[in-house]
Structure formats: structure tokens, C-alpha cells
Design a protein. Structure first.
Length: 311
């Protein structure tokens, strides 16, 4: 009966291509116990140990830590279970690498300073839940302690940023700008002021009529104003003033005179506040982040209506 062939660490290294230092480390860690020892105490390994070493190498190349490799070898966890856990970890690592790549693309495009790069990296590394929580916290503060139109604000906060795993530079830049916008004190003061105005109007019974009128007629008014602009009409033209008269008549309560210059100026001021460019930018950026179909700005049309109302 022949003896089983054994190999020293040096011979094992030559046969597997692994460094002696690495094999000795695995052996010291208990991942590759020696099959036998020479009279001088040198470790010897058989063919089964060589196969075990190949498995250790494969698992390590897949990125498994020493604890997971040990669990697989002792069968306290199956290779399949470990592979599943590792796939999940790799997916998260790939997601973060893609975000980092997108950050670097944005940095190269914007020629950003170091401080901005750090901010961009922090924002890009946020999870979907963290991004959504940022929006929820923003709207919570905007309406805290106020009696407002809940249905209106539920629609406002329903849009959440959902950055894809492999965002384009444009999407990443939009997210960074969006995150900066909702944290900007001036923008927060603007939206909070709009919420306080709405709460006051509801309290004084001045909200319902114009709010409903605007919801029902806004798209039609924007279309008419856009057509007027395209045709080269001035806000003071007959077309502009007819539009202003229709807006005023539809928005006025029974106790208000829609032809009153004072009423129309007040209405124009409300248009100007609710149509602030930064408020529109909020939705434009959200659309880019989420890959929504692009929608044109209404700023020129709103400006035309404001000027028409002011006559």
C-alpha cells in the first residue's frame, strides 16, 4: 500500500501559484490545517489540502472575508448561502461605485472646488430612503402648525427623488442642486411664507374660490398666454386684457369686483408669489432625477398673465 503524497509549503506554492507567505497565513488562521509534519516540524499538505487551498483562493477572489471562508469550510454556512450574501454586498458596492463615477463626471464637467466635491460626494452617497426622508422633513417644516389644504400639500410631497443605480451626470447634478435647494434657507422661507399665506386665506375664507378656479383653469390660461406671446401680443393688448379679465372674473368671490385695479394687482401679486422661479425649478429638477418626460417652463406665460393683470 503506497503512502499518500504530501507537499511542503514551498511545493504547494509552486503547484498553485500562491505565495508561500499567503499559504502560511491561511494555515495560521486555521483555513488550511497541515496534513502532517516532518520530523523537523515543517508542515506538510496532501492533495485534499491542495483542493481546499484552491477553494479558499476562489472564495477570497470573490471577496469573501476570512470569517465567511471559514464558515464555508466548516459547513456552518453553505457556499450558496455565502454567495447570496456576497452578491448582495457586491450589488451595493457596484451602486456606490457607479455613484462615485457619476460624481467624478460631474466634478470634471463643473470644475468643482474641493469643498463642493465633498458635498457632492456626501449627497450622492445617500440612499433612496435618506433622499425621501430629506423631502419629507422639508415639507413637514413647511406646514408645521398650519391649517392648510391637506390635499394640495399631499400632492406636493408625493413626488420623491428616486435616483437610478447608474445615474447620468445630468441626473446626479439635478439631485445635488435639488438637495441644496430644499436646504437653502431662502427657499425654505419662500415656501414657508406661501404656506402661511394659504393658511391665512383659509382662516379668513379667502382661499377656496381662487384655489379651485386656478386648479380648473390654469392649463388653459397658460396655453392662452403662451399663444399670445408666440403671436407677439403685449400684455396690454386686447388679447392680454381679455385674458386678464377672464382670470379676474373666475378668481373673484361674490363680494369682490373683478374689474377693480386693486383686486387685479392683488391677484397679480399672488401669481408672482406662487409662480416663483425657484418653486418651478424644484419640479424641473425632480423630473430630471426621476427621468420624467420633460415639460416646458411656464415662466414666460405666468409673467405675461401677471403683466396683463397689472395692466
Amino acid at each position: 500500500m503506497g503512502t499518500t503524497a504530501t507537499f511542503t509549503i514551498g511545493e504547494l506554492a509552486r503547484r498553485t501559484g500562491l505565495p508561500v507567505k499567503t499559504i502560511r497565513f491561511y494555515s495560521d488562521e486555521g483555513l488550511l490545517p497541515p496534513t502532517d509534519r516532518t520530523d523537523a516540524g515543517y508542515r506538510l499538505y496532501d492533495a485534499a489540502a491542495m483542493a481546499r487551498l484552491e477553494l479558499v483562493r476562489t472564495l477570497r477572489e470573490l471577496g469573501l472575508g476570512l470569517a465567511d471562508v471559514s464558515a464555508a469550510l466548516t459547513q456552518s454556512a453553505t457556499v450558496g448561502e455565502l454567495a447570496t450574501r456576497h452578491v448582495e454586498a457586491l450589488d451595493e458596492q457596484i451602486r456606490r461605485l457607479r455613484l462615485r463615477r457619476a460624481v467624478l463626471r460631474a466634478v470634471a464637467k463643473r470644475d468643482s472646488e474641493l469643498e463642493e466635491v465633498n458635498l457632492m460626494n456626501r449627497l450622492a452617497s445617500m440612499s433612496d430612503e435618506e433622499r425621501k426622508r430629506l423631502v419629507d422633513e422639508f415639507w413637514d417644516e413647511m406646514v408645521s402648525g398650519l391649517e392648510i389644504d391637506r390635499q394640495f400639500y399631499e400632492r406636493m410631497r408625493a413626488g420623491k427623488p428616486e435616483l437610478p443605480d447608474d445615474p447620468s451626470p445630468e441626473q446626479l447634478e439635478a439631485w445635488i442642486e435639488f438637495a441644496e435647494l430644499v436646504q437653502d434657507p431662502e427657499f425654505r422661507a419662500l415656501i414657508r411664507g406661501m404656506s402661511e399665506t394659504q393658511a391665512r386665506q383659509i382662516r379668513e375664507g379667502e382661499f377656496q374660490q381662487p384655489a379651485e378656479a386656478w386648479r380648473e383653469n390654469w392649463d388653459a390660461w397658460v396655453t392662452r398666454a403662451t399663444s399670445a406671446l408666440s403671436a407677439g401680443e403685449a400684455p396690454t393688448s386686447e388679447v392680454g386684457q381679455t385674458l386678464a379679465a377672464d382670470i379676474a372674473a373666475t378668481s373673484a368671490r361674490p363680494d369682490q369686483d373683478p374689474s377693480s385695479p386693486e383686486f387685479r394687482r392683488e391677484l397679480a401679486d399672488r401669481f408672482a408669489t406662487s409662480g416663483d422661479a425657484r418653486a418651478e425649478r424644484y419640479w424641473l429638477l425632480l423630473g430630471i432625477i426621476n427621468g420624467w418626460p420633460p415639460f416646458p417652463t411656464t415662466r414666460p406665460a405666468v409673467g405675461f398673465m401677471i403683466d396683463a393683470l397689472r395692466g
